[in-house]
Design a protein around this ligand. Structure first.
Ligand code: SF4
Length: 301
């Protein structure tokens, strides 16, 4: 299942790219900018600000939605709404106050859409990036599309948190030119506490991927209270430098642009409501990398 195709992106790999966003992730990072991608199923977003006062199309269509008499507000009882009911709501709302995220993925249809911008990929040395969510939760889909893209001389990249079984990575690896992979920490307990996943599994996957990948770029979201110290960033840099196919590392200062989506999903936002403001820390990390490793470390917005 996928939830978006973003065309003409210049942020997620080289050149002009199309980004295919797939649903489902096995981590629960509280700073995630795409919380609608976490579930592998359809998701329901509700934005009260766009709801029409005298409308009841959605409450008529779904038992789990009602207009509360006292407040005249729409109440979405998510626990009472099945996935089939969510799917049935897709075209109900005239203002998109209520919207359904998630489309069934068909390899040929997605491939045809992604190929529409091939002239732009060719001109800019761009291509297609698989993102999410965690795209390798759907390894066969990624492998099938990436193989067709490579056969048509389109460069492929993937954004992955690496928190998947190795067999998933192995399936897609022959068809991926560039791995844009997260390494968020090096301490197993802290990682488990914040992201609810196994760092051991991620490190093992990196060790196995490094000898067979053409290019690994490690990306580090620098998050207040999680990994925003010199020591933590230096350990991440040291790990990245130990991987033979990794020559680049991007530091991504934490921002809060995703907060609104949590409100639309009725999910609590558990991370800081202030962006990271530690330019000196990032400069020191770059300095450390240049003095102790051969990594090219840059700060990305
Ligand atoms: S269909 Fe849309 S506009 Fe109408 S009540 Fe529901 S959320 Fe509001």
């Amino acid at each position: 299942m996928y939830f978006n195709i973003q065309r003409f992106s210049t942020h997620d790999g080289d050149g002009i790219r199309s980004i295919l966003f797939l649903k489902g992730c096995s981590l629960a990072c509280p700073w995630c900018q795409n919380p609608e991608s976490r579930s592998e199923k359809h998701s329901l977003l509700f934005d009260e600000r766009s709801c029409l006062e005298d409308c009841q199309l959605c409450s008529d269509a779904c038992e789990g939605i009602e207009r509360e008499l006292a407040s005249n507000k729409i109440i979405v009882n998510r626990k009472a709404i099945s996935e089939d009911q969510i799917i049935a709501l897709r075209d109900v709302c005239p203002t998109q106050a209520l919207s359904v995220v998630g489309e069934e993925a068909q390899v040929d249809t997605l491939f045809d859409t992604l190929m529409k911008d091939k002239p732009f990929y060719d001109q800019s040395q761009g291509g297609v990036t698989f993102s999410g969510g965690e795209p390798l939760m759907q390894p066969q889909l990624v492998a099938d599309i990436a193989e067709k893209l490579q056969q048509n001389e389109v460069s492929t990249a993937i954004e992955s948190c690496m928190h998947v079984p190795w067999k998933n990575i192995e399936k897609a690896a022959p068809y991926i030119d560039c791995w844009l992979t997260d390494l968020k920490h090096t301490d197993d307990e802290k990682f488990l506490d914040w992201a609810k996943g196994s760092l051991k599994r991620i490190k093992e996957n990196f060790r196995k991927l490094a000898p067979i990948a053409k290019r690994i770029v490690i990306r580090v979201p620098v998050v207040p209270g999680f990994n925003d110290t010199d020591e933590e960033l230096q350990k991440i840099i040291d790990f990245a430098a130990s991987l033979e196919s990794c020559k680049e590392l991007h530091l991504l200062p934490y921002h809060t642009l995703g907060i609104n989506k949590y409100r639309l999903l009725d999910m609590p936002y558990l991370c800081s409501d202030k962006p990271l403001n530690k330019p000196e820390l990032l400069e020191r990390a770059q300095q450390y990398a240049s003095e102790h490793t051969e990594l090219n470390v840059t700060v990305r917005g």
